[in-house]
Design a protein around this ligand. Sequence first.
Ligand code: APR
Length: 254
Amino acid sequence: MKTHKDDDNLYERAAETVKNTTNAIAVTGAGISVESGIPDFRSAGGLWARYPPDEYATMDAFFRDPDKVWEMWYELAEELKGVQPNPGHYALAELERLGHIKAVITQNIDALHQHAGSNTVIEYHGNADQIACTACFRHRAMDLSQRALGAPRCECGGVMKPDVVLFGEVIPEYAMKTSDMLARGCDVLIVVGTSAQVYPAASLPYLAKEHGAKIIECNTQPTNFTGVITDIFLEGPAGQTLPKLVALVKEKKE
Ligand code: APR
């Protein structure tokens, strides 16, 4: 059974590791936005329980029935309206401001890292603010007022899709290449709120580990990373674990 003393020791080690680097990166998943009121995908009651991904989140599903797929994306866009960053997002932005984190690579499409003040954010799975034409690739802003019309159309006649990476779609080249380079070159990788089940995003912590990085993992429960590549596991909600870590880093810098 873990004691408070063990916990304090973990935070002590994690804070020392972060304080001593200017070359850390963070990789985040849906778990970091749960305390902002956005359900994650695979926990009980997550998004995929309401919208099975094979019916709503694959390229095949999209071209089979774009109006049906758009039902979910319009619903998600409505849920994203007005959501705010939580202390977990602000903690990572603070670590960037203090010069320890160089970039946040996020699987999330909610733009909450940017709203919290993180400047270098790589959106590995795109973002929900934009839509893109599947024929001519023209982009424009998501327009919720068009919801009743179903799948939006482009001036060229093509059907528009959310500018997010659906299953079966490739990761945007810039995001893929930059994330790969950052994972290979970082000294510390802080992985937060991801179930480590979706590739190629889940390969980034392994890549960092292979190149000598220390892995600090923040999650409410163990994942495929834990006990395999994770050096320090900070258990709990990211809105609590990350601010506690940052407070300790700042204490050590005084
Ligand atoms: N703080 C930290 N971790 C949390 C919290 C929290 N408050 N709440 C949940 N978690 C953890 C869960 O334990 C789980 O490990 O966050 C993780 C969420 O996992 P998923 O729902 O699978 O989300 P994610 O890993 O981001 O999914 C990856 O899969 O469905 C696709 O494209 C989608 O980007 C997504 C990708």
